[in-house]
Design a protein around this ligand. Structure first.
Ligand code: C2E
Ligand code: MG
Ligand code: MG
Ligand code: MG
Length: 281
């Protein structure tokens, strides 16, 4: 009897696995078709200086406008795009698109682009792709920020560091994204001179309820200042958080308090409205 039950369970398990594998295959195929059909879009979310309120730039955030499912967030497809190798052409598309959009913005507004660790494995090809995107768009390198996560530095390979230095030599800046999550190690801060540290939103979210978050944010802001790096707080949703972050020494903030990510067509309007509000304040 037990054996029969076990067999039944196993068949059920197999059927579920089949369904999972099929869903996954369908998604992979869908993604490849989506890339060919131009179904990806960039949204842009402002970065705002906490003292003075100036809007200093926008982070480009990819979306998939799926014909049936609507707007799909990157969390649902970036990992798969990485696993099937699609992230290389997709990442190049993001670079080109972000630089092209930013070239039409005022000259003092920067654009930040997220890079996948897979793009770093392509080594010199990455620096080539960035150079290409800059020259095709006419965007000066000083207006481009590249965001990398600690996973890029995890390998700690000489090639990765060489690529980072090569990129920075182009005149752009490099930010360390999602700082404080995952494999955080202070030694990374010694290995490469980042321009900015982006403090992960998990610390910002609990700022008012947990004193350890306050202590961590203050320590990171102090450390960054000592090392000559700026700090950005991610996921700022309330005025209280904004005020606390400013007190703690964070330079910039990004979050729903200022704006959700918006389509490219809304960027110039947002810059204009922000200037009006900042002047009135
Ligand atoms: P990230 O680079 O840390 O981007 C910040 C994420 O936080 C974005 O999610 C943004 O919409 C969200 N966010 C911003 N403000 C708030 C807030 O006040 N509250 C909350 N709860 N969330 C906020 P999104 O757009 O879903 O992107 C998720 C992640 O996907 C990004 O995290 C980044 O790691 C990755 N990603 C996005 N675009 C690209 C891309 O073009 N290439 C690559 N390789 N990765 C990308
Ligand atoms: Mg980012
Ligand atoms: Mg982040
Ligand atoms: Mg994040």
């Amino acid at each position: 009897r037990a054996k029969a039950d076990g067999g039944g369970c196993f068949r059920l398990f197999e059927r579920e696995m089949d369904a999972k594998v099929q869903t996954r295959r369908a998604l992979e195929l869908d993604l490849r078709i989506a890339f060919r059909n131009n179904e990806f879009e960039l949204f842009f979310q402002p970065l705002v200086q906490l003292a003075g309120g100036r809007l200093s730039g926008f982070e480009a955030l990819i979306r998939w406008r799926h014909p049936g499912r609507g707007l799909v967030p990157p969390g649902d497809f970036i990992t798969i795009a990485e696993e099937i190798g699609l992230i290389l052409p997709l990442g190049e598309w993001v670079l080109h698109e972000a630089c092209r959009e930013a070239a039409s913005w005022p000259d003092d507004i920067k654009v930040a682009v997220n890079l996948s660790s897979e793009q770093f494995k392509s080594g010199a090809a990455l620096a080539g792709a960035v150079t290409e995107a800059l020259s095709a768009s006419g965007l000066p390198a000083r207006r481009l920020e590249l965001e990398i996560t600690e996973s890029v530095l995890l390998a700690e390979s000489a090639e990765t560091l060489a690529t980072l230095h090569q990129l920075r030599a182009l005149g752009l800046s490099v930010s360390l994204d999602d700082f404080g999550t995952g494999y955080s190690s202070l030694s990374y801060l010694r290995k490469f001179p980042f321009d900015k540290i982006k403090i992960d939103q998990s610390f910002v979210r609990e700022l008012s309820t947990r004193s350890d978050c306050t202590a961590i944010v203050r320590a990171v802001a102090d450390l960054a200042r000592t090392l000559g790096m700026a700090t950005v707080a991610e996921g700022v949703e309330t005025l209280d958080q904004m005020h606390a972050l400013r007190e703690l020494g964070c330079v910039e903030g990004q979050g729903y308090l200022f704006s959700r990510p918006v389509p490219a067509a809304d960027v110039l309007g947002l810059i204009h409205d922000h200037q009006t509000v900042a002047r009135a304040a």
